[in-house]
Design a protein around this ligand. Sequence first.
Ligand code: ASP
Length: 435
Amino acid sequence: MPKERLPQHTKILIGLGVGAAAGIVANLFWSGSPQLEWLIKNLIYPFGQIFLRLIFMIVIPLIVSALALGTAEMGDLRKLGKIGAKTLAYTVAVSTVSVIIGITLVNLFKPGEGISAENRAKLEQTFGAGGTQKTLEQAAEAKSWSETLLDIIPKNPFADMAGIFSDNYKGGGVLAVMFFAIFLGIALSFSKSDKVSILIRFLEGVFEVVMTVIRLAMKLAPYAVAALIFSVTARLGFSVVATLGKYVFVVLFGLALHQFGVYSLILRFIAKVSPIKFFRSIDEVMAIAFSTSSSNATLPDALRVSEEKVGVPREINSFVLTLGSTANQNGTALYEGVTVLFLAQFFGVDLSLGQQVTVIFASILAGIGTAGVPGGSLPFIVLLLSAVGIPGEGIGIILGVDRILDMCRTVVNVTGDLTAAAVIAKTEGHTLKVS
Ligand code: ASP
């Protein structure tokens, strides 16, 4: 009989459990022992790094290709004029609401605080790059507001792409690279010649290869998660696990508020349908989104249900849902904002107002640029962390619980696409079946 293969997310959860349990046991019996320190420093932690570096490796090509292509598609749909503008406005407005909900909750509950100074010092030892020190230094040489804003338009985008991960980098960061990619996308959509379509095909090729690299890297995830969580719990013991629980709670609470609060209000007052009937009619789409953790994989079913059960006309679906499966990801935007601020609290990095604003903008843009695949937001988080002076490796701390959060945020992403389609159909004068 062929051996039943465990699904990837089960393996990652097992990795998390085994790594955390082994780390706690090691902490109980050998806390502070030089042998344990040696093992973590020279074997276990570097092993976890292999996975993280594979993700780091493709961050820049991913951002440039995904955002340029996404924007080029939006430009293409300018032909649909009004609907295009409405979709874009809806996406930006509702993503902004979701990020604000997340950031408010994380500031209210402060899930990352409460780590003692001693444990934080140990953490910094684990993750290198003394986050606090770096932020202090950065604060001392802070740029003026006008300079910060101007730096978003890169003088040399390649210098930004190459420099983002270096310590002494002072450019416009993630926003500058995103700006370049969006501008490239706009220009691509304006120029319709054979020469340009070759460039689009090239970017599509880059995007596909990047996806393959992510898929391959994810195979290492269960082991990397075990190694990374072990490195943390063996040094810190149970306190980290309890902190992680608070973080999961804040993300899920924020997602639930957006899913059942914000969407219900939009459905009731703009689409003028009963939210309960709407949620019932799309329940199978939500189930598929939950189990696949992928907006793109859910798209075919979303197209069918939106037409057959909600009553949105096909031409609106194929425009709004297709674009939305990549570009309208409210759950992802909320999650990214919460995660970056949580890790800032965790590492004791005090973010200035300017940096918090960067996190808000970058989270909204990341919601637009993130691929609709499992774990699609991870590379963006790594980049955002580095942009605000938190060690990018901090992502190892949340990786273990990421799958369950991914399942939930994908439900919010996909529900958001269907809600957008219903809103646009209604405001275009169509009658919906669920009203
Ligand atoms: N898995 C998400 C989606 O497909 C993207 C992410 O946030 O990782 O919608």
